[in-house]
Ligand binder design. Sequence first.
Ligand SMILES: O=C(O)CCC(=O)C(=O)O
Ligand SMILES: [Fe+2]
Length: 384
Amino acid sequence: MSPAMGLVSHTESEREDGHEQSKYQRGVKHLCESGITRVPSKYVLPAQERPNIKKEISERNMSNGRRSISLPIIDFAELQGSNRSKALKKLSNACEEFGFFQVVNHGISIEIIRHMMDVSRRFFELPFEERSKYMTSDMRSPARYGTSFNQNKDGVFCWRDFLKLICPPSSNALSLWPTSPSNLRQAVVSYSTETRFLFTMLMEAVLECLGLIETSENNYSDEEEFTLKDFGDGSQLMVINCYPACPEPELTLGMPPHSDYGFLTLLLQDEVEGLQIQNRGKWVTVEPIPHSFVVNVGDHLEIFSNGKYKSVLHRVLVNSTKSRISVASLHSMSFEQVIRPSPKLIDEHNPRRYMDTDFTSFLNYASTCEPKRKNFLESRKLAV
Ligand SMILES: O=C(O)CCC(=O)C(=O)O
Ligand SMILES: [Fe+2]
């Protein structure tokens, strides 16, 4: 090959790379609409990080479903009623052992849930040009459409597109949320109001489990720097995830192993399973219970409880036949609040295990490196 030819082919391949790159930045939905039959190399994980779906299916058959997990079920009506102390024990065990539980009888109407799922699905069915109006790398934007986990940093992309909405009252920028589908704003406002209330009631129960408030009396210890209102008025991020059907699901993941940053995440999923959590060193699939919530402990609650409650790694599998939608509502105190272990949970037997953290340091971290696994939480740990 002459030097001139070499130069030409080099330039062409660079152009090709640039083109390929921007194709992936547009997301998996867009990619699937172009009619692919194989997973492009951009999404192929190194062998040791792949989900090993075939092995899991055969093990699941052999052990009669043991690879899927029945999470502890918290009956919210029981928690708010006469059986509170029994429900509190179950809740506390769930937060310590699994970091996850399911909430049934939560009182949020099926219409509100269906409406939320419906606008979520329809948003991802919009033409790409409409969805792409909300593409931004600004992590503080009230509405952010994107793909993968961190599309500016991920070496290998994961098989998901998302719409993230910062919910009122943390954001007064409702006017910047998508206008299409026409009823999206109204559906998300109703849904976020209800989930915020459910989160606040669950936090009240968690504070009681931790011995930080007394049964239903809302008596806070003088040492605490917060009240339940700080949770009720705190931050709420609605993450709508879309995982299109994938031609080779054994090569990639919908979401890589990660933990969530907040106190609690309330997850709504459709009937397609995909969520896996790490339990006793193994990946186990969570079976969806229709109209219930999967709730998990986030990094802030692990820090606040001084390590008593666990923020557990989870990931998402994709499959070859069905696309999947999930809606994760991530809750914490206000974005300005510094999170630290509760002073009441520190003594000579339980030394302080985490340093102070705030949302800005999390965002800085998330925007400068691949926020996979529990890297951020690990970075907040003190040597004890
Ligand atoms: O889609 C799921 O099941 C999980 C989503 C999730 O983990 C997240 O949005 O943080
Ligand atoms: Fe998550």
